[in-house]
Design a protein around this ligand. Structure first.
Ligand SMILES: Nc1ncnc2c1ncn2[C@@H]1O[C@H](COP(=O)(O)OP(=O)(O)OP(=O)(O)O)[C@@H](O)[C@H]1O
Ligand SMILES: [Mg+2]
Length: 285
């Protein structure tokens, strides 16, 4: 179904956090794929279903090993793993050196993600640098979502990145959406400010909305302690954003919303409201 590439230009505004939060509330079957070339964080950050650690060798690396002679969408689910709470993820490489050996993978992987039925893929593309091989994946995306904080520096870098992405050399065709990671105390104001800058500079991008800057919610999402994640500002803003994002997808990718169906129909995805994962100190006891 849809391939949505989430990325940033500079800093660590919260791309991985947003990818997980969106995945957790996504109203259609979804896979969060860690495509960050700097190396993934999921294995260290989130427990697998059952409470153990995710297997770091199962994911992009194992998929690449089987895909040398061609990659088909039906190979992808075999390499996915399920997080506590029910979200399916494709774990990324563990360091940048591994990513350097995988530059050939991004184009076929992007094509497979975009035709993975009936699953949408949220690809965490990390920070996009100069001449990034990830451009091959971005070219297959239905939408590129750039995350930014509302600071002057980050918005300046965002402008530059939009310019690069829409240049002739990049050859990306997907619409570009901007998400502002905004302090709840000035949520609407921060979004409006970024909207104003995007409009004034006539940037070929649309501000999709905000994602709450919510340190407590971000910690809960890492599974460091139990709590009311489902009601956190982070998750509430993720819900609103997911709806807005789906509404803006190009027609090809905007097929019906099928509430809470998983990529594995036999095992319904658990809602986030279930008890929070144990603290790391309690895991494995
Ligand atoms: N919406 C948010 N509210 C509060 N804290 C956040 C939010 N998003 C991320 N953080 C915090 O900011 C830090 C970086 O987050 P994250 O790893 O998601 O960023 P990133 O953009 O993926 O970074 P990198 O480029 O290093 O992969 C983490 O400590 C995370 O808990
Ligand atoms: Mg990240």
């Amino acid at each position: 179904m849809a391939l949505i590439a989430l990325a940033a230009d500079k800093g660590a505004p919260g791309v991985t956090t947003a990818a997980i939060a969106l995945g957790a509330v996504w109203p259609r079957p979804v896979l969060v794929a860690e495509c960050d070339q700097a190396g993934g964080d999921l294995v260290y950050r989130l427990p697998a279903e059952g409470g153990g650690m995710l297997n770091p060798s199962r994911g992009l690396l194992s998929l690449a090993a089987t895909a040398r002679r061609g990659l088909r969408p039906d190979q992808i689910p075999e390499h996915a793993q399920r997080l506590v709470g029910g979200l399916d993820v494709l774990a990324g490489v563990t360091n940048a050196e591994q990513a350097q050996a995988l530059t050939w993978l991004w184009a076929p992987l992007g094509r497979c993600f975009a035709s993975l039925h009936p699953v949408d893929v949220l690809a965490d593309c990390g920070r996009l640098g100069a001449g990034s091989p990830l451009n091959d994946l971005l070219r297959e995306a239905d939408m590129i979502v750039l995350l930014t904080r509302a600071s002057l520096e980050q918005v300046a870098h965002l402008r530059e990145r939009i310019g690069v992405l829409t240049s002739a050399e990049s050859r990306t065709r997907a619409p570009i959406g901007v998400v502002v990671i905004a302090d709840p105390r000035d949520y609407r104001g921060s979004i409006a400010e970024v909207e104003r800058i995007v409009a004034q500079a006539s940037l070929p991008a649309t501000v999709l909305g905000g994602f709450a800057y919510d340190p407590k919610g971000a910690e809960l999402l890492r599974g460091q302690w139990g709590g009311r994640l489902d009601k956190s500002l982070l998750i509430r803003s993720a819900r609103e954003l997911a709806g807005g994002l789906l509404g803006r997808l190009p027609v090809r990718a905007a097929l019906p919303v099928d509430v809470r169906v998983t990529s594995d129909p036999a095992r319904p995805r658990a809602p986030l409201a279930q008890p929070a994962p144990p603290a790391p100190s309690e895991r494995g006891r």
